[in-house]
Design a protein around this ligand. Structure first.
Ligand code: GLY
Length: 336
């Protein structure tokens, strides 16, 4: 069954009467007719938003809500997020809040969305430079299976961004996957194996089923993100934005160093992580002022508790423990 046949079948099964397609300018330019059969068979509207993290704003959310209201979209409508992590986060948030919640379908076109953002129901917009500050957890009605053909048109930087999240999944869940990523020569769309993507989806779905609201077990999926989100916010403010997965990859390295310093992650594992991350990601030079600002951002992290910064700790390659476990940092403030 083709992607579009499957999508149409699911939309019918879910009783969806009308679809709002949310897509960014880049994806719309690359795939202007991809949803053509859907658009001719089911009543569809389309909103095109500017590409990039800047669209995860209350202004864009409000523009979409207002347009939906003008189009008289009811509860039987669904938002179809066709694109990467930004579209899934923003469209998911809009769908979860419009008329107290309508269905949302994610159709991921980037590696990052295929393995992470399209799954698990986290939706958000940013506020005052703080990533994902406002949002809800609401599971999508359906997520389209990963179609690796889309990766062939992905800009190199976006592919690398997804690779950062892929490294995260390997580190928290599978030493064999880490070894495959470690021995991969060049990062290309063709080098990305569908089994790697499926591994991440299966692992994430298992964790999300146990802890959908991100209170305990799910926090392990935030490995690399405490420092990563802070770096992302810092570099966005400096006008040199990092892609999400780039920031996560660098965050992974810093958080691995912290785990090693806490006597948890063995030195040999840290060296291998360092060599994989630095092979694919340029490491930023941080001034004393940058570090102070990173500490400020980390204080806004959603895993924090009673003003203390919590961090996911890596025990070894393939296994992490969440902030709910006694990881040496859970009860004391850390600083960058
Ligand atoms: N991206 C981490 C999570 O969905 O929990």
């Amino acid at each position: 069954m083709s992607d579009l046949d499957l999508l149409q079948k699911k939309i019918k099964e879910l009783g969806i009467g009308r679809v709002l397609v949310l897509v960014d300018e880049q994806v719309d330019k690359l795939y202007p007719h991809h949803l053509y059969t859907l658009e001719t068979n089911i009543p569809c509207e389309k909103i095109i938003i500017p590409a990039g993290e800047g669209s995860k704003s209350i202004a864009q959310a409000s523009r979409i809500w207002q347009q939906m209201l003008q189009w008289q979209m009811d509860k039987d409508c669904a938002v179809l997020n066709f694109g990467g992590g930004m579209v899934c986060d923003l469209g998911g948030f809009v769908a979860a809040t419009y008329k107290r919640g309508i269905a949302c379908i994610n159709y991921p076109t980037t590696l990052l969305a295929m393995i992470d953002a399209a799954h698990g129901g986290k939706t958000a917009i940013d506020l005052d430079g703080v990533k994902n500050c406002v949002g809800v957890v609401r599971q999508p009605a359906f997520v389209m299976p990963a179609n690796t053909q889309f990766l062939r048109t992905l800009p190199e930087r976006e592919l690398r961004s997804g690779f950062g999240e892929l490294i995260k999944y390997a580190l928290i869940s599978s030493k064999p996957l880490f070894e495959e990523l470690y021995t991969m020569d060049t990062l290309t769309a063709e080098a990305i194996q569908p089994e790697w993507i499926q591994h991440c989806i299966d692992f994430k779905n298992r964790i999300v089923e146990i802890d959908p609201d991100d209170r305990r077990e799910r926090r392990v999926l935030n490995f690399g993100h405490t420092v990563g989100h802070a770096l992302e916010s810092l570099f966005a403010q400096k006008g040199q934005p990092l892609a999400h997965g780039e920031a996560v990859a660098i965050g992974i390295l810093y958080e691995s160093c912290m785990a090693n310093q806490a006597g948890m992650l063995p030195k040999e594992d840290l060296s291998r992580i360092e060599s994989l991350v630095s092979k694919h990601f340029p490491l930023p030079v941080l001034s004393a002022e940058d570090k102070a600002r990173i500490n400020g951002f980390m204080k806004q992290d959603k895993k924090n508790n009673q003003g203390k910064i919590n961090i996911v700790m890596l025990k070894r390659i393939g296994e992490a423990c969440g902030p709910s476990e006694d990881n040496g940092f859970g009860k004391s403030p850390i600083s960058f």
